[in-house]
Design a protein around this ligand. Structure first.
Ligand SMILES: *Cc1c(COP(=O)(O)O)cnc(C)c1O
Length: 459
């Protein structure tokens, strides 16, 4: 008999979570103005809001924290992290930052001016925010297939090289500070980018003399998909694949709260000394001295160890296997989601589930509220709220897809929790015909409104 799937770790410490009643959840949701970000975590049973900073650190990471060197300059922890980063990515230079968007802030301060163009494959929301805040433009060049949730493709996060080249041809090179390649493609459903595609993007970048930035929050999960899905990579180690991926790039930004399995942290890594030097001033202004950049020594130590663990094949097999397990359960119930199951999350196709809710009433957000009311499960809207308004016309931008993302924290929940989630989704799905109205906006901020928006039921 073939031995079944089992986790590549065992549990040493636990944290109690509590169920609540539907009546309690209804009150809490109302008090939170129907924004899931406004809920106290104590009111949530299974928290799938994000996989960012929500992972469980290992015994080795906690041990590393005790050995953190808190010196202001030149700390041992900084050099420990530098070694870990250069071993795994091959980049010789780096600057720590307190998280991923801080890395974007520092790098883009040095790189972007008003009117610039940054093509990419579905820029992440903070990335787009940092670009548009500087009056520059993010142009999405993701393959069209990513917008059809029913198509099964091994690398559905890929950049469309034709679309990319059109952008590179259309604008003078001085207007394009870099191409942004996000691995895995979070916005398109945690979908990976193939090595062939990374290589293709890099060739175009070189042809037009433009730099390539890899937004790397989930680079290790991307490497796992390359190893298990792309021809010629099954014998390569995750580490070899990572070195090859980054070998095509000029710099990377990293939200270490994802694949480096820490609760807070990030960095920028660079191939060229000049780029590293250009960013130092902004690091000092926004984050801290260049050998700590917003991180404690102990946190840099935990991050150095987390990078090693996050690029371990057996860990990644457990991790991605759990998402696939949840996907299979949803398949049994016939529930539509972005196929195939992604690296860090399942993205429910809200338009196909709540067919009666009009797009002006926030379809994916409505599904998120229903799932919370059903089982105390908190997902996150990847739809109209997240898409923000057009910076010029101020009209709502209705995206092609309305998704409810169920992001699975790393090493936190068991497969019993996955069964619970699937059952709650099924219950909402079974009563989908009776859900006909959604929510409207009461209050919002001009940029990245989804975090703080206040809603009320549509009448
Ligand atoms: C999370 C994330 C970021 C931003 O990182 P934070 O640590 O949340 O600031 C940037 N890009 C991608 C692809 C991400 O997933």
């Amino acid at each position: 008999m073939e031995l079944p799937f089992a986790e590549s770790y065992k549990i040493k410490m636990v944290e109690t979570i509590r169920k609540s009643s539907r009546a309690e959840r209804e009150q809490w949701m109302k008090d939170a103005n129907y924004n899931l970000f406004n809920l106290k975590s104590d009111y949530v049973f299974i928290d799938l809001l994000t996989d960012s900073g929500t992972g469980a650190m290992s015994d080795k990471q906690w041990a590393a924290m005790m050995e953190g060197d808190e010196s202001y300059a030149g700390a041992r922890s900084f050099f420990n992290l530098k070694e870990s980063i250069s071993n795994i990515t091959g980049f010789p230079y780096f600057l720590p930052t307190h998280q991923g968007r801080a890395a974007e802030n520092v790098l883009f301060s040095a790189l972007i001016k008003a009117g610039d163009i940054l093509p990419g494959n579905s820029h992440f929301d903070t990335t787009k925010g940092h670009i548009e805040f500087r009056k520059a433009h993010a142009i999405d060049c993701t393959i069209d297939e990513a917008k059809d949730t029913t198509i099964e493709l091994p690398f559905k996060g890929n950049m469309d090289l034709g679309k990319l080249e059109d952008v590179l041809k259309k604008y003078p090179k001085e207007k394009i500070p870099c191409i942004v390649l996000t691995i895995t493609n979070n916005t398109a459903g945690g979908q990976p980018v193939s090595m062939e595609n990374i290589k293709g993007v890099s060739l175009l970048a070189k042809k037009y003399g433009i730099k390539l930035l890899v937004d790397s929050a989930r680079f290790a999960e991307n490497a796992y998909f390359i190893k298990t899905r792309e021809k010629g990579y099954d014998k390569k180690s995750i580490r070899e694949i990572c070195l090859e991926m980054f070998g095509y790039a000029d710099f990377m930004t990293m939200s270490a709260k994802k694949d480096a399995i820490v609760n807070m942290g990030g960095f920028i890594a660079f191939r060229h000394e000049e780029d590293w030097r250009n960013c130092q001033m902004y690091t000092i202004m926004y984050e801290g001295f260049i050998t700590y950049g917003g991180m404690s020594g102990r946190d840099m130590n935990a991050l150095a160890q987390g990078l090693r663990e996050g690029t371990d094949f057996e860990y990644l097999e457990t991790r991605i296997g759990q998402i696939a397990y949840l996907g299979k359960k949803l398949d049994e119930y016939g529930i539509p989601y972005q196929r195939p199951a992604g690296g860090h999350a399942i993205f429910l196709d809200a338009k196909k589930i709540l067919v009666n809710v009009p797009k002006e009433e926030l379809i994916a957000q409505t599904l998120g509220i229903e799932l919370y009311l059903e089982g105390g499960i908190r997902g996150v809207e990847i739809g109209t709220l997240l898409a923000d308004r057009d910076p010029e016309t101020r009209e709502n931008r209705y995206p092609a897809l309305e998704l409810l993302r169920l992001a699975i924290p790393r090493r936190v929940y068991t497969n019993n929790h996955m069964d619970f989630i699937a059952a709650a989704v099924k219950n909402v799905y079974d009563r989908r015909d009776s859900i006909t109205r959604g929510y409207i906006i009461k209050k919002e901020l001009p940029i990245m409104r989804h975090f703080t928006v206040e809603l009320e039921p549509a009448k």
